[in-house]
Design a protein around this ligand. Structure first.
Ligand code: AMP
Ligand code: MG
Length: 534
């Protein structure tokens, strides 16, 4: 074994770059005090050490992205570094400066109030992974908050980031989850009952954490210099395939963001994910799912559902609004890029590309979910009827599509009960007689459509099971993992992560991880209701 291979994979052999700090204007002030920061993309700030860091979970797949041996994650030094108590050579910790529209309103400067980027790892394949701690202490952007994160929301972010990756949905990644040994005061329901909760730090990975809100802030302040610097940097580092920065490249870049965002929302729709807080500061220019807060997974199909109690009245960010909100957010980004792209038509073309990419992607995705090799004009009505029926008879979306794959193999003349049998598990209440009839008619029509489609049944079933997951991080299951962890039994985190590694493959003995929401969880806090308090 050569010396290099002995050393490879260790914390101390990670190679860090600091391009974001090095190439972009920084905050001239170095004190860690809350303030407005002008003309800067970042403020240097080190994580605030915590009392007793202890690793609760780590993702070996995320570790592999930065070339780290999974064994290294078990070392005390790993917990120290990823709690923010120790820095590795080459790290340049900083918090980013950005703004954003929150719930439709311009909110001004926001910035990383509790996230601190440690540095950028260049892996052996040449890919750049930015490492960011969430919950690492106050920064100049913390406003009146404490810079910390609680265990429950950190478990949620850790598990869902990795689950999304395994589901094939673009996302930031989660390397580690460390408890701090310190308490954090939170009023979970904003009802005047603050409690001390365990604190935690998650290390997230992404090519960068550059958000729509970065560009919005500089344009809102008339700071075209910093806007241009950041745009050029983003293009050079993260979109080199589009060519050197120029007015034409800015246009191509905006169009690329529009298409990536469309594909992202199609994927959320496919798996039944509700982000919960699609503010423009939570939108990644890479088209990744970013900032897991009060997110949730559809149980009974309801396009008006949002897990976010803070948004319960307006339902701005409910499941069915996500495509329209993504477009609204892109329009805010377009406005922010206006100083770089003066032609309004070029910006409008990006928005149009979003709409087209979404519509095409949605049709292809729905065809795949239904087991059809292509989406035909008549399928539009079929899908509309389907979603009407899923609303009429409260039906678990995830289990319905898995059940449908069983049906894809049944012969044409099968009896009614046999036709419905694979779908029963998905019903939260049995269908009324008229709804049952309607569903049977729909299923028989689908069987005829399958016959015309002509794919061998086994092939169709297998294809459906590759796009319709069996295991998703169901709201109540994640909450059970949290409840256990808060009682000291943290094994559930690794158990759930292990199931979610293979979301499309039935895992004998693990049926409980695919079970529909039990009645007790219907209106329980943490299961179906979450606030932004995290
Ligand atoms: P979010 O809704 O989590 O995306 O957060 C919106 C803004 O609030 C961002 O600027 C966050 O950095 C900031 N923020 C949220 N929670 C905290 C906290 N506990 N301490 C400091 N800043 C926070
Ligand atoms: Mg955020």
């Amino acid at each position: 074994m050569s010396c290099t291979s002995v050393a490879a994979g260790r914390l101390d052999t990670l190679v860090f770059d600091d391009s974001y700090v090095r190439e972009l204007p920084g905050d001239p002030e170095s004190t860690n005090t809350v303030r407005a920061v002008y003309g800067a993309c970042h403020s240097l700030v080190v994580p605030t050490p915590v009392a007793a860091p202890r690793l609760l979970a780590c993702s070996r797949e995320a570790a592999a992205l930065i070339g780290l041996d999974a064994g290294e994650c078990a070392t005390p030094r790993f917990a120290e570094v990823f709690a923010g108590n120790a820095l590795l050579p080459g790290m340049r910790p900083h918090a980013a400066c950005y703004g954003g529209h929150q719930f439709g309103q311009w909110a001004g400067q926001l910035g990383d109030g509790r996230a601190i980027v440690l540095g950028e790892v260049l892996n052996a394949g040449g890919a750049r992974w930015t490492l960011q701690l969430k919950g690492a202490g106050r920064t100049p952007y913390s406003r009146s908050a404490d810079g910390r994160a609680v265990l429950r929301s950190s478990i949620r972010e850790f598990l869902c980031s990795e689950a999304m990756h395994h589901l094939g949905v673009p996302t930031t990644r989660a390397l580690s989850l460390v408890v701090t040994g310190e308490g954090v005061l939170r009023d979970m329901l904003y009802d005047g009952n603050p409690q001390i909760e365990p604190g935690a730090v998650v290390c997230r990975l992404a090519p960068s954490f550059i958000r729509f809100g970065h560009f919005e802030l500089f344009t809102a302040r008339g700071d075209e210099y910093t806007l241009g610097k950041l745009a050029d940097y983003t293009l050079r580092l993260h979109f080199p395939e589009l060519g050197a920065p120029s007015p034409a490249t800015y246009v191509a870049w905006f169009h690329e963001i529009c298409r990536r965002t469309a594909r992202l929302v199609v994927e959320w729709t496919r798996v039944g994910f509700v982000h919960g807080v699609m503010n423009t500061d939570n939108m990644s220019v890479h088209g990744l799912t970013l900032d897991y807060g009060p997110y949730g997974w559809l149980e009974d199909y309801d396009p008006l559902w949002t897990p976010n109690t803070t948004d319960a009245a307006g339902r701005r960010y409910c499941f069915g609004n996500q495509p329209g909100i993504a477009q609204w957010n892109l329009a805010r980004l377009a406005a922010a890029l206006r100083p770089l792209i003066p032609e309004a038509e070029a910006l409008q073309e990006g928005i149009d590309q979003y709409a087209r990419t979404y519509a095409e992607g949605w049709r292809a995705m729905m065809a795949a979910k239904l087991g059809l090799s292509a989406f035909e004009a008549e399928d539009a009505a079929r899908v509309e009827t389907l979603f009407d029926m899923l609303r009429e008879t409260p039906t678990d979306m995830t289990l319905f599509f898995r059940g449908l794959a069983e049906l894809a193999e049944l012969p044409g003349g099968v009896a009614d009960d046999a036709l419905l049998a694979p779908l029963r598990v998905a019903w939260y209440a049995p269908p009324a007689p008229a709804a049952r009839e309607r569903l049977l008619v729909w299923l028989r029509a689908l069987q005829m459509r399958y016959a015309r489609d002509g794919r061998p049944p086994e092939e169709r079933r297998a294809a459906m099971n590759r796009v319709n997951p069996l295991y998703v991080p169901r709201n109540y299951l994640v909450q059970q993992v949290i409840d256990r962890a808060e009682q000291g039994d943290t094994a559930g985190i690794a158990e759930m992560l292990d199931v979610l590694r293979h979301p499309y493959v039935a895992q004998p003995g693990r049926e409980g991880w695919a079970a529909p929401r039990p009645e007790w969880a219907r209106n329980r806090v943490g299961c179906s209701m979450l606030s932004c308090s995290s």
